[in-house]
Design a binder for this molecule. Sequence first.
Ligand SMILES: N[C@@H](CCC(=O)N[C@@H](CS)C(=O)NCC(=O)O)C(=O)O
Length: 336
Amino acid sequence: MKTWLLGAIAALSLSAIAQAQQTLAQVKARGTLICGVSQGFAGFSAPDSRGEYRGLDVDYCRATAAAVLGDASKVRFVPLTAQARFTALQTGEIDVLFRNSTQTFVRATSLGLTQGPVNFYDGQGFAVRRDANVRNVAGLNGATICVAQGTTHELNLGDVFRARNLRFSPVVFERVDTMHEAFYAGRCDAMTQDASALAGALTSARDPAAYQVLEETISKEPLGPFTRNGDIQWTNTIAWIHGALIEAEEYGVTQANAQAQAAGQNPTIQRLLGTTGEFGKHLGLENGWALNAIRAVGNYGEIFERHVGQGSPLKLRRGLNGLWNQGGLMYAIPFR
Ligand SMILES: N[C@@H](CCC(=O)N[C@@H](CS)C(=O)NCC(=O)O)C(=O)O
């Protein structure tokens, strides 16, 4: 190949890499984080009655704004369908995707995107009418099932039902709100989504008591953030924010006591909250980045309880989302 052409290609790829690496700098220069979220999924990201976004994913966006910009309110939320979400990140429309997105091999290797840490371990479940007397997935043999387009659920459904010799007729929807309406109107015998999404959806059903979510799930749905490939600084930032929220829970650092704990004597907490060490500098942030995030939204356990836990309308148990030393999978890499 001609040398000038090789040079041009090298320059082009270098500029693509430079572009990809700039998210942290761009967010700081803009003064606002642009966060991709779902269009309306109670417990994870949905506007409340005053139009304010609320939920577990939303709190991750706010924690990021607090850590990076020192102000949890400096976020613009971009609601995205399942189908549009990855393109929005690839084209630079959003800085980070926090949208109940399952991490998979194919998504990790073919989208030009990087999967962050899992912030919610989920599984694909089914909602049915209580009076249908369906107890488990086998009871759905021959059923009509409502499913959303562009999701892992479409694929899992085919695989699992085929492997178990169960028949089903899918009814596929682009929008999740129309899917819910169709299910409530009786157009399908079951509706399938992440189990957390089903719990969230049923909170807004006209008669929630008429439905149940089956205990059985058919897949692993590790949900977490996505960033663009080649932007290791930004990807690290997103990963360590999650780490800080988990570590804070483990060490009893809460939204209410974080400021006082920063002045305390525990060396691990001092490093986490920036009282000692240069743990912000290594990320390109202020040393108090984790303190800012925790003061804004609390630790992981507080976020979980507020939006999806036993005291919330979703009433989910911690289960796999508990800390590692309490039977769950949430385990922070040491701040050391
Ligand atoms: N975790 C699955 C499903 C994610 C998903 O988009 N779920 C739909 C419903 S099945 C949803 O949350 N929709 C909410 C919305 O579009 O606002 C995936 O990553 O493919």
